[in-house]
Design a protein around this ligand. Structure first.
Ligand code: NAD
Length: 437
């Protein structure tokens, strides 16, 4: 299934003189991919600045990076940045449905980056692609959901010691890594890019908020105004989706298990319900919890005719799809691109993007302007671990504050926004304990 193809003549040669292995759907799509990657790049000024510096300084020279990320236009710009820094980069998809085939083709044919990703790949292919990345013996792992790190630890323990460090993009991946570290099972340090403020405050909230709505609308073309929308999880992602749904005129109800988050949702103006109460009330259901089986058999049974379900959490486990399939007894049909209708006998309900991340399965993922900051954190964290891995222990680290601040500073500068600075008097005032009433 893996084809060996020559790197495009315009691109620098393949890593280490090896032939460039890849598995993508159709190299003919490369030209379209390049146009879209360049379009995204216009919205990614911070990453572009980092790439220009990396080209001069080559901080990643000779380092083998194995990446498992959603293969989107924004990821392509990150891969270009890492390569500009001198890294030998190999990329596999972090989800079977999120790959943009034109981008995968462009990465291989135009940018000379070994890429293993086909939209709609089955489970075996997904893992064959991850193994293709692992075969290159990465020294840095760059994960979105911890699948590459898990594979190395579970199936290739001998390779774990070769890894200097890793980076992790998303909440679910960080949770998995922290569980590994708590069990003493994590074999190398990992920087949790998700924990950077310039990542989750913007990417999870505004990026996922907008792109989740985008995916739902592209798939269904429904009117949100006046619709009852249930969102499970009021974390960074859930908050973003809720505020955007609210802005478009939907009636929003939140399902939560955390009392503080539930209270916050209430005071943000939303209803808070149990899943059982929300099931007959809602018309559109969106999960964003990082948990499993949030809506399940009893909820599907109570839903209205025509209810629509989507998931924006990392794994396709948030809706109990096994129960849904069992209840439909084979009466499942495609009613639109990315929408399946389940006939539950007496009532039909709909599922978008097979319950996988709806913003990537049915739309293009986050807007590039927000991925600019997430991937700037990735690039700078990769540079950081190359410099500092010897000082780090095998546990989960937050992104150094200096990187977070640098990303925010560069983003503001790129947007042409200047901040105030404190006067010397103010600086003295806020650092003194002697001032009082
Ligand atoms: N679609 C995307 O592009 C994208 C982007 C970023 C994050 N994510 C994923 O979205 C998920 C949520 O991320 P986040 O940053 O908002 O996490 P978070 O930890 O900030 O929020 C999750 C919330 O879900 C709640 N929750 C957990 N179990 C629940 C249950 N059974 N019912 C109701 N609520 C429950 C938690 O209390 C918490 O408030 C993760 O899987 C993350 O990896 C997806």
């Amino acid at each position: 299934m893996t084809e060996t193809i020559p790197a495009a003549s315009a691109a620098p040669g393949p890593p280490s003189g090896r032939s460039l292995s890849a598995d993508v759907a159709d190299l003919e799509l490369a030209a379209e991919g390049v146009r879209r990657i360049e379009w995204a790049e216009r919205e990614m000024p911070v990453l572009r600045l980092i790439r220009e510096r990396f080209e001069r300084e080559r901080p990643l020279a000779g380092v083998r990076i194995g990446a498992c990320l959603h293969v989107t236009t924004e990821t392509a710009n990150l891969m270009r940045t890492l390569k500009a820094g001198g890294a030998e980069v190999v990329l596999a998809a972090s989800n079977p449905l999120s790959t943009k085939d034109d981008v995968a083709a462009a990465l291989v044919a135009e940018y000379g980056i070994a890429t293993f990703a086909r939209r709609g790949e089955d489970r075996d292919t997904y893992y064959a692609h991850l193994n293709a990345v692992a075969d290159t013996r990465p020294q840095i792992t760059m994960d979105d959901g911890c699948d590459l790190v898990s594979l190395l630890h579970a199936e290739r323990p001998g390779q774990v010691t070769e890894v200097l460090a890793g980076t992790e993009e998303t909440t679910t991946g960080v949770i998995r890594l922290k569980a590994m570290a708590a069990d003493g099972a994590l074999g190398f340090p990992v920087v949790a890019v998700n924990e950077a403020l310039t990542k989750h405050l913007f990417d999870n909230r505004y990026g996922t908020g907008q792109s989740t709505v985008d995916g739902i609308l592209r798939a269904t073309n429904i009117l949100l105004a006046g619709r009852n929308v249930v969102i499970a999880g009021y974390g960074w992602v859930g908050r973003g989706i809720a505020s955007r749904m609210n802005g478009m005129g939907a009636h929003v109800a939140i399902v939560e298990v955390d009392p503080v988050r539930a209270l916050e949702a209430l005071m943000d103006g939303f209803r808070v319900m149990t899943a059982a109460d929300a099931a007959p009330w809602g018309e559109l259901f969106v999960t964003a919890t990082g948990n499993l089986n949030v809506f399940r058999r009893e909820h599907f049974a109570a839903m209205r005719e025509g209810a629509i379900m989507a998931n924006s959490g990392h794994f396709d486990a948030e809706l109990d799809l096994k129960a849904l399939r069992e209840m439909a007894e084979g009466h499942v049909r495609d009613v639109r691109e990315n929408v399946q209708e389940f006939d539950l006998g007496g009532k039909k309900v709909n599922l978008i993007a097979e319950g996988r991340l709806v913003n990537l399965g049915a739309a293009e993922g986050h807007p590039a302007a927000v991925m600019d900051m997430s991937f700037a954190n990735q690039a700078l964290s990769a540079e950081y671990v190359v410099e500092h891995h010897a000082e780090l222990e095998p546990r989960v680290y937050v992104v150094p504050e200096a990187i977070d601040a640098e990303v925010a500073r560069l983003k503001l500068a790129a947007l042409g926004i200047t901040l105030d600075d404190m006067t010397p008097e103010q600086r003295a005032y806020v650092s003194s304990w002697q001032h009082g009433t």
